[in-house]
Design a protein around this ligand. Structure first.
Ligand SMILES: CC(C)(COP(=O)(O)OP(=O)(O)OC[C@H]1O[C@@H](n2cnc3c(N)ncnc32)[C@H](O)[C@@H]1OP(=O)(O)O)[C@@H](O)C(=O)NCCC(=O)NCCS
Length: 161
């Protein structure tokens, strides 16, 4: 079997930083990448990490990755996985690697008793939407993503409570 999915290790820090930048370039969001290799390594490889990364290798060559963390649903009372990044390098697409990464995460959920696997996708990213559809994912029509970042986050934090 040419494909191996394995947990990332500290020696992968430069690779992970590069894959994050490759995904950002694809999403036209390179200008938003502030994370250094060191910051990613610190988050992923601390003694008690709360964010995790799986690397997909094709014949020993790094082909893609998934970065994820645990979330929680008060409705189900159970944890789940939030998939932050999923990326397969162009030369390795349509070989089943993206599917294998999601199957790997789905198996992790089943093994841990976690009940949900979710993520966000940009609305123009039709290939990814088709890919997710092929795996049985729903695109939730009633939900919008909300975010407060940077200066507006600081402004909110300064408000009297
Ligand atoms: C989306 C992505 C992760 C898919 O990875 P992949 O390894 O190429 O996907 P797979 O080979 O596992 O595809 C599984 C199935 O998904 C569907 N699919 C995958 N890519 C597709 C595409 N471009 N268009 C339509 N359907 C697609 C097909 O049904 C495919 O099965 P098939 O090849 O037997 O027809 C990869 O294209 C990628 O990294 N894209 C750029 C980054 C990105 O969009 N990431 C997601 C951000 S939310």
């Amino acid at each position: 079997m040419a494909l191996v999915i394995r947990p990332a290790r500290p020696a992968d820090a430069a690779l992970i930083h590069s894959l994050v930048r490759e995904l950002a370039a694809y999403e036209k969001l390179t200008h938003e990448v502030m994370a250094s290799e060191g910051a990613l390594a610190e988050a992923l490889f601390s003694a008690h990490p709360s964010v995790f990364c799986d690397i997909a290798e094709w014949s020993g060559e790094p082909a893609g990755f998934a970065v994820w963390f645990k979330n929680f649903s008060t409705f189900s009372g159970r944890h789940g996985i939030y998939l932050e990044d999923l990326f397969v390098r162009p030369a390795h697409r349509r070989k089943g690697i993206g599917r294998a990464l999601l199957v790997h995460l789905a198996r992790r959920c089943m093994a841990e008793g976690w009940t949900r696997l979710q993520w966000s996708v940009l609305d123009w990213n039709k290939p990814a939407i088709e890919f997710y559809g092929s795996l049985g994912a729903d695109l939730l029509p009633d939900w919008r993503l909300c975010r407060i970042g940077d200066s507006r986050l600081a402004r909110l934090a300064r408000q009297a409570s």
